[in-house]
Design a protein. Sequence first.
Length: 254
Amino acid sequence: MAKRKIIEIDRGLCNGCGLCTTACVEGALVLDKDNKAVLAKEIYCDGMGACLDVCPTDALKIVERESEAYDPKATYAHVAKTRGKEAAKHVHGAETAGRPPAPHFQGGCPGSRAREIVKTEDAGGKTVSGRSELSQWPIQLHLVSPLAPYFQGADLLIAADCTAFSFGSFHPEFLKGKKLVIACPKLDDTTGYVEKLAEIIRRNSLKSLTVAIMTVPCCSGLFHMIEDAVAMSGVRIDVKRIVIGIDGMLVEKD
């Protein structure tokens, strides 16, 4: 055994919400019989800390201690068995099983840390042509935290991945002034998606909720997940819908 970074759970702070168990792509965290988060096996935890941002009680932290090394091959097999092979493709290091795992970062994966993006103007005081209207990070549903402060009182846009690539004016027409969450109901492992969306809706007093999807049949699944999440949240909020054709034309806008 050697010292490495690994998740530590404060059982006294854990409230059993289970958000960490869905945030962990490697399936390292589960709820025990007392409804407390525990490590299923230490070899499944990569120490990257993607679970940190979603914990509402700060019960999770990264520590450095002696432990068996993270095992991407065993983790891949674990996730494939419990969540399916599609989900297992996203396991950290699965494609390089047998090689040393990637370097770890104190405090979790930098790419999943919640942050706001401040927009600036060019030197002449004019808005940059074609600029991004993205105002926060991260945006992927697996990575966002329901407790991220930028969601509070926000106009929220939940968009299928393909919409921004298909509709040329996505940023100025749909995204401007909104916070964004993206997801793909066909290719993502959607386990826990409805529950996480319900948490976002329940906790943040959203001003509005809009969903953008494509006309392809699988995309309607995202709209139905959001409807289920609204019902689960207990919050009364209308869901506005934008539908974009595969030719990039606007088909429907509430």
